[in-house]
Design a protein around this ligand. Structure first.
Ligand SMILES: [Zn+2]
Length: 275
């Protein structure tokens, strides 16, 4: 059994602030907490019989995890500029996807450190009319390859966003969001225990779980912070302006949709970063 782990960080128990996830302040603490949760997921997968584990470090510069400390002799995809970004490395040879330390969408009502890829550019993303976060966008890649997403960990908003798109997914809630910068977290040891159990349980139920199944063609609606960003998004093929700050892209191919979403994100970053 082959398991693909896509790891973020904001959904880690105990983490509530950008300074804990972006290389300043308490970042060293944050990455340790993440490392433990990733290892807990690996431990659960091994317990359930996983033979091969690939971890894709997908947060920020995508080099948060310590390679030598990964359990299970997991191989590691890390570093920036990956064509399939948070899902780089996934293909049809995998049996299951784990999403570890994920977080809620920028449009969520109450979600710790909420954002959807870029908090300085993307105000909302919708798939087939429904507001989505990173989990559902990334699930497009899993759908293309026909691999079920069986485990997600993070706060309660993360669970609520994933469940409609990944029916039956094992969701391990390690904290309850109070506001965007406050949460009630489990103790890290308790969080890791639950993640390990959740990972094992998810793989034991693998036969019951199906890959994501967005209705085709998939419609991606995006709303940006500024009109300029929406204009720039239309430079990507197929993207049409629907309103001052909004665009739409409709495609039959979920993988191609995800790629163009990433391209739009990279493109508008130049405005978001003040260029
Ligand atoms: Zn993220």
């Amino acid at each position: 059994m082959k398991v693909f782990l896509s790891t973020d960080i904001e959904g880690t128990a105990g983490i509530v602030d950008w300074g804990q996830v972006l290389g300043s302040g308490e970042y060293e603490m944050g990455r340790r907490l993440l490392q433990d949760e990733v290892n807990a997921a690996i431990d659960g997968a091994l317990e359930a019989g996983a033979a091969e584990l690939v971890v894709n470090d997908s947060h920020w510069t995508m080099q948060n995890l310590l390679p030598a400390e990964l359990h299970g002799r997991a191989s590691l995809i890390s570093g920036k500029h990956k064509p399939l970004y948070m899902m780089e490395g996934l293909d049809g040879s995998f049996d299951a996807v784990f999403m570890i330390a994920y977080h809620g969408a920028i449009s969520a009502e109450r979600a710790i450190l909420s954002h959807t890829y870029n908090p300085f550019a993307i105000y909302e993303a919708r798939l087939n009319g429904r507001p989505v976060g990173e989990s559902a966008l990334n699930a497009l890649v899993a759908q293309h390859h026909g691999v079920p997403v069986v485990l997600i960990t993070g706060d309660d908003a993360t669970r609520d966003e994933a469940e409609p798109f990944m029916p039956g997914i094992e969701a391990v809630v390690v904290k309850r969001s109070i506001t965007r910068f406050a949460a009630h977290s489990l103790h890290p040891e308790e969080a890791c225990e639950r993640i390990r159990d959740g990972a094992q349980h998810a793989l034991e139920r693998l036969a019951e779980l199906a890959p994501p199944a967005f209705d085709l063609p998939v419609t991606l609606d995006m709303t940006f912070l500024t009109a300029d960003m929406a204009e720039m998004a239309t430079w990507v093929e197929g993207v049409e302006r629907t309103d001052t700050r909004s665009t739409r892209l409709v495609l039959d191919d979920p993988l191609e949709l995800y790629k163009r979403f990433c391209t739009v994100g990279i493109l508008v970053r130049s405005i978001a970063e003040g260029g």
